[in-house]
Design a protein around this ligand. Structure first.
Ligand SMILES: NC(=O)c1ccc[n+]([C@@H]2O[C@H](COP(=O)([O-])OP(=O)(O)OC[C@H]3O[C@@H](n4cnc5c(N)ncnc54)[C@H](OP(=O)(O)O)[C@@H]3O)[C@@H](O)[C@H]2O)c1
Length: 369
């Protein structure tokens, strides 16, 4: 049986990966070995084994495949050491560390299974999951990508707190508690003038004690207009990832499909939205586009563009925990010819992170059988 090491399995993405692997009985096909960067020797709650040291390269060299949901820093530190020592096993990674390297395939098998298979046959050993937002939108709009209909996309994302990691989700909830604890009297007193209530809540949010160590700014009652590092060219790293990764996943030359936009952190708990202005290379009716989106694969949930269906099915809360990508708000835009608006909403921990990794591991297992 394939010896597979898991690093980062108790984090946000790792926990969802473990859950999905248990649901799909994936552990029966491999020999799993669990590691930690901080809790070596503690008991793993998946198989009651003792956690091994994730920095022990001797132990890692023994593995046929390493699945890491630990983060870029870990990958950048450990993988070069392993490859330098002649490690020839598979490395499957949720972080962005390797995505744009030539010897790495970004795995999103409903979109690029042929590319993955070709990679396996040609001896490529590094596979990465893609950026969560672009992955979800690629899946949602795959019916249009497949037919090369998309010329460009302006993509404005609304990304949930859990996209930033397990510590951040706790911080958002602490921020919410802080606001309600400090203002409960005013909130419950319906005689409080509304402007006074707003002023006091804003005062609470800007207080120096407001919990914001992880995010670096208030998220509850606000938004954070920057995700990931500053590329010092006006762009955040998160914004840059969308365009470059999408073209690579699609097997296209850089900039073939032009993608740009702003990435915003919002106070949703889980699931990311992307409000997209699509420029197609031909004029299609809404019905044509709807059919192409609906018929692309089984994970799309097309939501009719009306208020009742949108409020019911096109929100982060509605898709949280589901493998379906909700696609809605589709209409012609008035700003230019062949231009349309659309909103994609998907669980960034499932299809946006853990599921492509889980499926990639299964592809490796089947390939090596
Ligand atoms: N979150 C997302 O939606 C998302 C989506 C796509 C890609 N990614 C990428 O996936 C990678 C992992 O992201 P993540 O969001 O899963 O990070 P995370 O929740 O912060 O977990 C990363 C690691 O933090 C350690 N950790 C420390 N304290 C913890 C605690 N109280 N609970 C759980 N884990 C704790 C764990 O490692 P030890 O057990 O070794 O201590 C864990 O594996 C990153 O590269 C990220 O960019 C994330």
């Amino acid at each position: 049986m394939l010896k597979v090491g898991f690093i980062g399995w108790r984090g946000m993405v790792g926990s969802v990966l473990m859950q999905r692997m248990q649901q799909e009985n994936d552990f029966s096909k491999i020999l799993p070995i669990f590691f930690s960067t901080s809790e070596v020797g503690n008991i793993c709650n998946i198989n009651n084994s003792k956690l091994l040291d994730a920095y022990n390269t001797d132990a890692l060299m023994e593995l046929d495949c390493i699945v890491t949901t630990q983060g870029s820093e870990y990958t950048n530190q450990i993988l070069p050491v392993l490859r330098g020592r002649g490690y020839t096993g598979y490395w499957i990674d949720a972080s962005s560390a390797l995505r744009m390297q030539d010897d790495t395939i970004i795995a999103l098998d409903p979109v690029n299974y042929d590319q993955i298979l070709l990679g396996l046959k040609s001896g490529i050993k590094n596979y990465a999951g893609g950026n969560c937002s672009i992955t979800l939108s690629l899946l949602g709009l795959s019916g249009l990508f497949k037919e090369n209909l998309i010329e460009s996309m302006s993509m404005m994302t609304y990304q949930s707190a859990s996209g930033a990691g397990s510590q951040n989700i706790r911080e958002l909830l602490n921020q919410m508690m802080y606001i309600s604890d400090k203002n409960s009297n005013l909130i419950n007193d319906t005689n409080t003038p509304i402007l006074e209530l707003i002023k006091q809540v804003n005062h609470t949010i800007s207080h120096t004690d407001f919990p914001q160590k992880e995010f670096g700014a208030p998220l509850a009652g606000s938004i954070i207009p920057w995700i990931d590092s500053d590329l010092n060219n006006g762009m955040s790293k998160e914004e840059c990832k969308g365009g470059v990764e999408a073209n690579k996943i699609l097997g296209l030359a850089p900039q073939t499909v032009k993608i740009d936009g702003l990435c915003i952190r919002v106070g949703a708990i889980q699931s990311h939205c992307a409000a997209i202005t699509l420029k197609l290379n031909k004029n299609l009716s809404i019905l044509d586009i709807e059919e192409k989106i609906k018929n692309s694969h089984k994970w799309v949930n097309y939501v009719p563009n009306n208020k009742i269906d949108s409020l019911k099915s096109l929100t982060p809360a509605a898709v949280c925990g589901s493998l379906k990508i909700a696609v809605g708000r589709l209409r012609k835009s008035s700003i230019a010819e062949n231009t349309y608006t659309v909103l994609t909403v998907g669980d960034q921990l499932l299809w946006g992170a853990a599921e492509p990794i889980r499926r990639m591991l299964n592809i490796v297992v089947s390939y090596l059988k």
